[in-house]
Design a protein around this ligand. Structure first.
Ligand SMILES: O=C(CO)[C@H](O)[C@H](O)COP(=O)(O)O
Length: 220
């Protein structure tokens, strides 16, 4: 893949000024909007739900990349399509019938993603990798922004890149959690295609400039 993509995670946005933060991302050179949906069951946190997602999709032309941290995601696939999701990522650990789930996402015309918790081994994707549009490697335990990056992520990126090449798959590699200017270059050099960044962008003094900085680092 050529250009590396940056996806600001709305989880870290200022919800009292959500419209301002959405506009900021629209005006930036970020590639995707990353939206984290949490149910309080799969992860010990509840984020935002469908009305907020709809408010965002109505106000952007960027790719809307939805990461479902929920149990039984199959129940909501067509709903997320209607709400404007372009990519829909489910957790490996939440899907006993992952192949069926991915086919259902694709049948709705969305890109199908699979997220892995930090303890989930890449080798488990051996028989499904050719059906996955993107793998989201969680570089923190899912549920909260602002956590420290887990260094073993680099080993997982290498293992996944090796699997993708060996199987001739077209799968993209996305990294989420603790991403900053300090690790962005190493992540793309190791094999990442898309970096999700929450706190590093939205808690910075000049988020627009911070996105530009990440884009420059990852594409230099
Ligand atoms: O999926 C997430 C949490 O489950 C967030 O997208 C992720 O943690 C990004 O936040 P930060 O960049 O602040 O670590």
């Amino acid at each position: 893949m050529g250009s590396k993509l940056i996806a600001p995670s709305l989880l870290a946005a200022d919800f009292a000024n959500l419209q301002r933060d959405i506009e900021m991302v629209n005006q930036s050179n970020a590639d995707w909007f990353h939206i984290d949906v949490m149910d309080g069951v799969f992860v010990p946190n509840i984020s935002y739900g469908m009305p907020v997602l709809q408010a965002i999709t109505k106000h952007t032309k960027k790719t809307v990349d939805v990461h479902l941290m929920i149990v039984e995601p199959d129940k909501y696939i067509s709903t997320f399509k209607k709400l404007g999701a372009n990519n829909l990522t489910v957790h490996y650990e939440a899907c006993p019938h992952l192949h069926r789930t991915l086919q259902a996402i694709k049948a709705e015309g969305m890109k199908a993603g699979v997220a892995l918790n930090p303890h989930t081994n890449i080798s488990l994707l051996e028989d499904i990798i050719n059906d996955i549009d993107l793998v989201l490697i969680m570089s923190v335990n899912p549920g909260f922004g602002g956590q420290s990056f887990i260094e073993n992520t680099y080993n997982k990126i290498k293992a996944l890149r090796e699997l993708i090449i060996r199987k001739g798959a077209k799968t993209l590699i996305e990294i989420d959690g603790g991403v900053s200017a300090a690790n962005a270059k190493m992540l793309v050099d190791t094999g990442a295609d898309i970096l999700v960044a929450g706190s590093f962008v939205f808690k910075s003094e000049h988020p627009l400039e911070t996105i530009k900085e990440l884009k420059t680092i990852t594409n230099s």
